[in-house]
Design a protein. Sequence first.
Length: 278
Amino acid sequence: MSSSQKSRLDNIGILALVGAGKMGGAMLEGWLVLGLDPRNVVVIEPHPSPEMVALSQRGVVLNPPEGVVSNIATIVLAVKPQVAPDVLPSIAPLAGPETLVLSIMAGKTLGFLEAAMPNAAIVRAMPNTPAAIGRGITVAVPNLAVTAEQKQRAHDLLAASGAVEWITDESLMDAVTAVSGSGPAYVFLLAEALAKAGVAAGLPADLAATLARETVSGAGELLHRSSLDAATLRKNVTSPAGTTAAALDVLMKDDGGLDPLMLEAVAAAAKRSRELAG
């Protein structure tokens, strides 16, 4: 990490994290590594993990009594979207006129958030689980009340977990959720399926699992580092009439191949994202 990354979080002000599950907790760990002062962090989490309790020993304020904390610069909403209607009424009073509200709740729209927090500066963001190792990607969209300084603050916080892309059309967020938000699970399923296929082909289960894990993670790293697109990398592995070509003939069928399955899967995830909007 660069010193400039650290400096951007040095003076970010008081941050309140509402919901400190796997995603919220992982993001907080990244912020602390990048220089966010634990004493400027307030965590509101009714069921704190042992890791979160340990952070309170480093200065993080865990579940303070109502009215104790004021002048919050940023509120990060990381609760499950299903509980948001019950949680937001108690959180809304924490937002002052200069407070940025950064939501990573799936499906919950800017309109939903604005109804709960009128006139607030709100950024809606969708990260994914590789954020836990600094290799995530987040897509974010601001409402009209967000200033340039607040957008930069949101960017700096989100960039602690990996790449950040900004959009202006919020309607794209359902597709974003379906592709990158849910996407890591699709990759993990690929590793599972590849291991099962290896066993069916005669490999011992532990060897099949190791080969699948290392192949999927190695190919992902190659894709990350290479300037070539995925299609070109695929073609580079495929010799005419070779073993890879034989497998791809199955995976690339027009009917029953990977493309139509992925189209159906992403469409289902996008539909569920729209349903979560309420």
